[in-house]
Design a protein around this ligand. Structure first.
Ligand SMILES: NC(=O)c1ccc[n+]([C@@H]2O[C@H](COP(=O)([O-])OP(=O)(O)OC[C@H]3O[C@@H](n4cnc5c(N)ncnc54)[C@H](OP(=O)(O)O)[C@@H]3O)[C@@H](O)[C@H]2O)c1
Length: 326
């Protein structure tokens, strides 16, 4: 089968589409014939990790896994003898973050537990946008104790224009928030089209110093210190970041909880991510079925053009999701 692989760390250009052996499912695995996959920031971070320590897990000198791609949507081709929920022919999707194989391939093996059924009426392309980014958006807008946006809350989505942001903007609107999105100049109309009430251009304005205060701030890929965000929160406000540079993560992870002790707000990283949470997948599918949430696909590339797809995302050009069709 054809699969995107790489044997060293580096930019998208290190990736090649090669003929490799088709995987065989083990007892609890499902062999999926991939129909669509989508690109995430985590794929780029897997190509050349921003955090050096991550190489302890991915491979010190070269990546242990040659494959790439987290989000998969396709058709069940075969199942291991221990699989009970799926049979060949079923349409499935899921986030492969916790498994070894890559979705940018004609076939991929995935543990049964990471897959869910694609409802009738949802395309493979739309399904492939959801598992990683939409789940992160939903969980990033909820605290671990379950507290979430209330109608009328002011919500700032920093990084509203990439993978997670467009889902976050729409979800915050569904929850009744007054939503401000932050993005670069060229993507302001795109963020407005998602339903954002206000848009801030981070290239011309410091989004932490606008004078506005927010009940919720979701910073999908932090570029600023947690200290700068403190003054942008209303009383009882929450600032949550999903990721970012090594420095911002270190400072937020270590000092967020300390800063939170000396005020009436909370600031920190989301450390309780539950990929493929069945309840959250069900919520997303309900919202899509009712027309309240729509996956936003910027471009679709065939597997043979995987390098161009990764380059488009890595260059910060994507408005929403980039989908690979197989
Ligand atoms: N916490 C967890 O458990 C967990 C698990 C998995 C992944 N993650 C993290 O989740 C995040 C996912 O991000 P993503 O896929 O949505 O990233 P993305 O698609 O690359 O989007 C990045 C966003 O940041 C914006 N941005 C770029 N430079 C900026 C600046 N200087 N100031 C403000 N905004 C700026 C971009 O805006 P423009 O495009 O308009 O420039 C874009 O909207 C990653 O950080 C990943 O590491 C976390």
């Amino acid at each position: 089968m054809q699969a995107a692989v790489r044997d060293r760390y580096g930019p998208p250009e290190v990736v090649e589409v090669q003929e490799v052996d088709r995987p065989a499912p083990s007892s609890n695995q499902v062999l999926v014939r991939v129909r669509a996959a989508s690109v995430n920031r985590a794929d780029i971070d897997g190509l050349y990790p921003r955090w050096a320590f991550v190489r302890l897990f991915l491979g010190l000198r070269a990546p242990k896994n040659r494959g790439l791609g987290l989000d998969v949507a396709g058709v069940v081709d075969a199942v291991g003898e221990g699989v009970t929920r799926f049979v060949p022919g079923d349409r499935v999707f899921g986030d492969l973050s916790t498994s070894r194989d890559g979705a940018f391939a004609e076939f991929v093996c995935a543990p049964e537990k990471v897959l869910a059924s694609i409802p009738t009426g949802v395309s493979f392309e739309d399904a492939a946008t959801l598992p990683h980014s939409a789940i992160l958006a939903l969980q990033g807008l909820r605290r671990r104790d379950g507290r979430t946006i209330q109608p009328g809350d002011t919500v700032l989505i920093v990084g509203a224009s990439g993978n997670v942001g467009p889902f976050a903007v729409q979800l915050a609107k569904v929850m009744g928030g007054e939503v401000t999105g932050v993005c670069r100049t060229q993507k302001m109309d795109f963020v407005r089209s998602l339903g954002a009430d206000h848009v801030i251009d981070y290239t011309t304005q410091d989004e932490t110093r606008t004078g506005e205060r927010y009940d919720w701030i979701l910073d999908v890929d932090a570029h600023r210190s947690v200290f700068r965000w403190r003054g942008a929160l209303r009383p009882n406000g929450a600032y949550v970041t999903l990721g970012g540079s090594a420095l911002t993560m270190l400072v937020t992870g270590l000092l967020g909880p300390v800063v939170s002790r000396f005020g009436d707000h909370s600031l920190g990283m989301m450390l309780w991510w539950k990929p493929n949470s069945a309840a959250d997948v069900a919520t997303l599918l309900e919202l899509i079925a009712s027309g309240k949430l729509r996956p936003v696909i910027d471009r679709t590339y065939p597997l043979s053009e995987i390098v161009a797809a990764l380059r488009h995302v890595d260059d910060g050009q994507a408005r929403g999701k980039v989908v690979i069709t197989v």
